[in-house]
Design a protein around this ligand. Structure first.
Ligand code: HEC
Length: 166
């Protein structure tokens, strides 16, 4: 009797776990309906995609992230709705995510104890596209490298400017 009750609880826990995983991947799916964003920059920030589809990306060390949960993560999932970043819990532990508001990046700022000089728009574009900081240091995983067009990168930078006010 006691054993079968335990068994039922075990099965229930398993089912809840599996449903939970779907809920989480739904949350990180970044699949908000098109047309609900004020700008393309905001759409990219929230979905990692434009009306023409997802922006191709790779992760540090190569390899496509076109599939699975990581592949669908957009800026907002890591850097947050306000762009301030923080400590985010992920499958592989917690990660420190930098503040990427334009108001922070465009002035002398410190990140993980290192002081960075003010970044220009092209420094920001290079970080987003090539994953390289102005001093040549590579951005660590899980920051993806985004194959954005000049127009897309400019749209994202204007959205980072909007976030500055928040
Ligand atoms: C899966 C998580 C993740 C996603 C998605 C992500 N980032 Fe990042 N990003 C990071 C992490 C982590 C760093 C810090 C890497 C380091 O310190 O080396 C970073 C660094 C940056 C930096 C450099 C800031 C600095 O001070 O070093 C910029 C700019 C940036 N991200 C912009 C973006 C934009 C724009 C998007 C969406 C198009 C995006 N990121 C999506 C995790 C992410």
């Amino acid at each position: 009797m006691k054993n079968s009750t335990l068994m039922i609880w075990a099965v229930l826990a398993l089912v809840i776990g599996i449903v939970g995983m779907f809920v989480v991947s739904g949350l990180f799916g970044g699949s908000s309906p098109a047309g609900t964003f004020a700008s393309t920059g905001q759409q990219i920030y929230y979905t990692g995609a434009t009306d023409s589809g997802p922006i191709p990306r790779t992760v540090a060390g190569g390899g496509m992230t076109g599939v699975g949960m990581m592949g669908n993560m957009a800026c907002v999932d890591c850097h947050g709705e306000d762009g301030r970043g923080g400590r985010v819990g992920m499958m592989f532990g917690s990660v420190d995510i930098p503040d990427i508001r334009y108001s922070t990046l465009s002035v002398t700022h410190s990140e993980e104890g290192t002081t960075h000089p003010a970044w220009t728009d092209s420094d920001i574009a290079r970080a987003i596209r090539d994953g390289v900081e102005p001093d040549g240091e590579s951005l660590k995983a899980p920051m993806p490298r985004w194959a954005m067009t000049d127009a897309e990168v400019a749209d994202v930078i204007s959205y980072l400017k909007e976030l500055s006010a928040r």
